[in-house]
Ligand binder design. Structure first.
Ligand SMILES: N[C@@H](CCC(=O)N[C@@H](CS)C(=O)NCC(=O)O)C(=O)O
Length: 205
């Protein structure tokens, strides 16, 4: 049994979707970050960065980092077909997109959400937010330009697609539609997957 520590509107959504599509037994512990539940010593023992998501594996091992969780689940449940075969060229493209989004897009969103953490200037947060928004626009432009088919890699949804659906749900819907129509169509395609739809409704994604 897996245990996922998550929060509505956070990086746990893609992991929830992956667990649901795989059909892996799991429960979810909701961490109320607005109430500071992630700042406790108990939670720091689970994730020293005091962030969600965190995933407890069936053997009791704990992992953090949303993209790593998806890669782990893809390899633990190859029959679910949520990532190409390890070592294949398709898998290289898949992993490139997943890490691209984790280190550029998720991180860019964090700069907007927690701008004060990215500057020592007490008046600098607005400038960090503006720069992060420009940066995010440039990252989405790369995805938009390179996305040719219905999914990021191959003909079926993968972990990278779940991740793109999740991070895109944090963007302004009008902006996504106007600036990155392929990404917007991709999100609609992902939301049509019943397990994703249920989680999208829960997260307002
Ligand atoms: N690199 C981490 C980022 C996790 C993260 O930033 N989580 C946010 C929610 S989306 C969080 O817990 N924020 C609370 C805080 O940093 O105080 C991942 O991909 O899992």
């Amino acid at each position: 049994m897996y245990r996922l520590y998550g929060r509505i509107g956070s990086g746990s959504a893609a992991v929830e979707a992956a667990l649901a599509i795989i059909g892996a037994p799991h429960d979810i512990v909701w961490v109320d970050t607005s109430a500071g539940e992630h700042l406790t010593e108990d939670f720091a023992a689970i994730n020293p960065r005091r962030q969600v998501p965190a995933l407890v594996l069936p053997d009791g091992g704990v992992m953090t980092e949303s993209a790593a969780m998806l890669l782990h689940l893809a390899d633990a449940f190859p029959e679910a077909g949520l990532a190409p075969r390890p070592g294949s060229s398709a898998r290289a493209r898949h992993d490139r997109w997943l890490i691209f989004m984790a280190v550029n897009i998720y991180e860019g969103e964090l700069r907007k959400a927690y701008a004060d953490r990215y500057t020592v200037d007490p008046d600098g947060a607005d400038a960090v937010r503006v720069a992060a928004e420009d940066y995010l626009g440039a990252q989405y432009a790369i995805i938009e330009a390179e996305m040719k088919g219905d999914f990021l890699v191959g003909d079926s949804p993968s972990m990278a697609d779940l991740y793109l659906w999740m991070v895109a749900s944090w963007r302004d819907p009008q902006q996504i539609k106007a600036e990155t129509p392929r990404v917007e169509a991709h999100s609609r395609r992902l939301r049509a997957i019943p397990q994703v739809q249920a989680i999208a409704e829960r997260h307002g994604a």
